[in-house]
Design a protein around this ligand. Sequence first.
Ligand SMILES: [Fe+2]
Length: 127
Amino acid sequence: MTVQLNHTIVAAHDKRTSARFLADILGLEVSPQYGPFIPVEIPNGVTLDYMDSPDTITPQHYAFLVSEDDFDTIFARIQAAGLTYWADPHHRRTGEINHNDGGRGTYFEDPNGHNLEILTRPYGSGG
Ligand SMILES: [Fe+2]
């Protein structure tokens, strides 16, 4: 059985700005517009298709598993951009990272209020 998550739509106030934000933070490329979407392809094959939404955007959660080296690079970009970051999904531990499952993780928001996360160990992998 071969089932893979291929793409999902991410609601944005400004799809170009939002796609660029994610790509710049994670070190990825923004793909050419496809229909109403501005795609950002994640290296594991999932594409996030940013689409303008005229409505109030309900924040969603997108978590990116990264290597320890990539965490250093991405976290440096988060700090250099002056973004607020939190150790927890409820944004109580401001300016901290977590060490869940023996790795590192942190949360930050995109321009639409989507709750983004980078983590170096999958949930529950710490034994
Ligand atoms: Fe998460």
